[in-house]
Every structure is written in structure tokens, then in C-alpha cells.
Design a protein around this ligand. Structure first.
Ligand code: MEV
Length: 329
């Protein structure tokens, strides 16, 4: 009898500290209630197991291969890469022999920069652990997820993955050993706006690395300042001091601009929001496109919305739960 599980994992938004976190730094990241849904079905009766993936958001329709191939790819590439790499990492620790069928659908699509890759890795590993009774702790899931992501993109801080697994809002320290500290907050008045441009995280992380090679003293000061912004932001967030947090978001946006990852479209959103009374606004994530986040109180929300009505305002809430089992629909 095939066994199956349906799970979901949240997307994420960086509040502060993107890019700096890659340089052994810290960041504040929040999970959002736009989720990646994944159903895994395992059939242990098969003699020569295959993997089949249906993931319309990344263009996979009945994509299939012998499961063994997924375990030993010299390089994990293309739309199946994060699922295959997660399966390989899981199988190394918890060997199994079964046909796997995976179906995904996302509330947010792969193009908005809300962390669909990390959500896919978190959901795949969690579904495998449910179906094969591995009973993985969040720490174990996280360690395996970091390995799966490294096998695909060879870089990354792991902060997106922490948000997808733990949920909520997190202070994340990318030192060894990594620290993931959930922050207790009950609200976060954010507005999220898509810039209309799709950015590639890997290329923007490399772009900053190149700038750092050319200007090590200058860029290390920018990154150091971001560390201080994150630590101050953590205090302001816990104190629900939205005015202070907004100012720090504006500072972080300026520092990201200095790193060369801002775009005209993102800057237009940020300036229009500030002009309409937002407490703070910044790009969120790697830059080069994706989304901007705006901290705005109730008194100015309508005005900011009007100023940005020609843009795509996303209906997402911060501080969402991490990866979890869902009832089948
Ligand atoms: C990308 O979402 C955020 C970066 O800090 C990269 C990372 O943390 O891996 C730019």
C-alpha cells in the first residue's frame, strides 16, 4: 500500500541583514503565510524505483527518472534540483527503497523571491521524514536542508531555510555553530510589493563578493554596519518600536544600495512608500528585483496603497508557522 503525506512550508522575507548574513553575520527573517504545498507518495512494492515530479510552478509535468540517478548526480541543476538533492541527502541517512511521486503547488509562484527553493527543500525533507517515520527534529531537518541547498547552489547563509522550518520571526546568526533564535512578536505591520523583476540570488551574492574583492576595506565596513543594524533591529522589534525599526530598515536599504543590489523599480517603491507616510521601506532579499517591504501604521496604510496602486501589492502576512503536515484536500 502506498503511503503519503501532504505538508506545507512558508515563504520568507528578510527584515534586516541580507547579504551581511552571508559573511558570518546575522539577520532578521520572517516566515510569510504564502506557502509551498507538497504531497509525497511512496510505494515500497516497486522493484526498480522511480521518482516522478509534478511541479507546475517550475514547469515540471510528470517529470520522471530512475530514483538511483537522483542519489548520485554530479551536479544538481534545473527545476528538479532542490527536490532531488533533498531526497539524496535524506536517503544517505535513512535508506529506503520505494517509488516516489511528488506534487507541489505554491501560493506565491517561484518568481517573487519569497524563498520557494528553501520552502521546497524544507517541505521535501519533512514529507520524507513523515512517510518514512524518521521523526526528525527541526535541528536535524535544518542540517540536512543546508546540505541539500549547498549541493545545488554552493552558497547561501541558510537563513531562508531556517524561516521555512521554524516559522515565525527569527534572529539568525551564521557563525559556527549557527544560532536560530525565534523572536516573540504578535504583529508586524508590513506591506509587501513586487518590483516586477525576477532576481537570481546566486548571481547577486557573487556580485557582492566581487565588489568585496575589489574594495575589501570599504565593503567590510558596510557589512559590519549591517551587523549593528541587525542587532539594533532585534531590540526595536522586540520592543514593538516601529518608528525605530522603520529607520533601521531605511538605513539597511541605503547599505544595500551601496552594495549595488538596488534597482530603479525597487527604489521607486521605497521612495513612494516613504513619501506617503511609511515608517520604513527597503528591498528584501538578494536585490536586483523581487520584493520590497514597507513598514506602515494603520493611519498611513491607505495612502501608501494608493501611491503604489500601479504595482503588485502582495497579500501576505508575516510571522507565519513553519513547515507542517496538512490535511489532504
Ligand atoms: C537571499 O534571499 C538573501 C542573501 O542574504 C543570501 C543568503 O542569505 O543566502 C542575499
Amino acid at each position: 500500500m502506498p503511503t503519503s503525506a501532504t505538508v506545507s512550508a512558508p515563504g520568507k522575507l528578510f527584515l534586516l541583514g541580507e547579504h551581511a548574513v552571508v559573511y558570518n553575520g546575522s539577520c532578521l527573517v520572517t516566515a510569510v503565510d504564502s506557502r509551498l504545498w507538497l504531497t509525497l507518495t511512496a510505494d515500497e512494492s516497486s522493484t526498480s524505483p522511480t521518482l516522478t515530479i509534478n511541479a507546475p510552478d517550475v514547469g515540471l509535468a510528470n517529470w520522471t527518472c530512475p530514483l538511483k540517478e537522483s542519489f548520485f548526480r554530479p551536479a544538481y541543476q534545473g527545476p528538479s534540483s532542490f527536490i532531488e538533492s533533498s531526497i539524496a541527502v535524506f536517503h544517505r541517512r535513512y535508506p529506503f527503497h520505494a517509488n516516489l511521486k511528488i506534487e507541489t503547488r505554491s501560493d506565491f509562484g517561484a518568481n517573487l523571491g519569497l524563498g520557494s527553493s528553501s520552502a521546497t527543500v524544507a517541505a521535501t525533507l519533512y514529507a520524507l521524514s513523515v512517510v518514512f517515520n524518521a521523526d526528525l527534529s527541526p535541528e536535524q531537518l535544518f542540517a540536512m536542508g543546508v546540505e541539500a541547498i549547498q549541493n545545488v547552489q554552493k552558497l547561501g547563509s541558510g537563513a531562508d531555510l531556517a524561516a521555512a522550518i521554524y516559522g515565525g520571526t527569527i534572529y539568525y546568526l551564521n557563525h559556527y555553530p549557527r544560532q536560530i533564535t525565534p523572536l516573540k512578536i504578535d504583529s508586524l505591520p508590513l506591506m509587501v510589493v513586487y518590483s516586477g523583476e525576477k532576481a537570481g540570488t546566486v548571481s547577486y551574492v557573487r556580485k557582492v563578493a566581487e565588489l568585496e574583492e575589489n574594495w575589501p576595506n570599504v565593503i567590510s565596513s558596510v557589512i559590519e554596519t549591517m551587523f549593528t543594524v541587525v542587532d539594533s533591529g532585534r531590540e526595536r522589534l522586540l520592543a514593538h518600536d516601529w518608528v525605530g525599526l522603520g529607520q533601521l530598515m531605511n538605513i539597511q536599504h541605503g547599505l544595500l544600495h551601496a552594495l549595488g543590489v538596488d534597482t530603479l523599480s525597487l527604489a521607486e517603491i521605497v521612495f513612494a512608500a516613504r513619501r506617503s507616510g511609511a515608517l520604513g521601506a527597503k528591498l528584501s532579499g538578494a536585490g536586483g528585483g523581487d520584493c520590497a517591504i514597507i513598514l506602515v501604521d494603520d493611519a498611513h496604510r491607505a495612502e501608501v496603497r494608493t501611491a503604489l496602486q500601479h504595482k503588485k501589492i502582495l497579500d501576505v502576512q508575516a510571522n507565519a508557522p513553519g513547515v507542517r503536515t496538512e490535511k489532504r484536500d
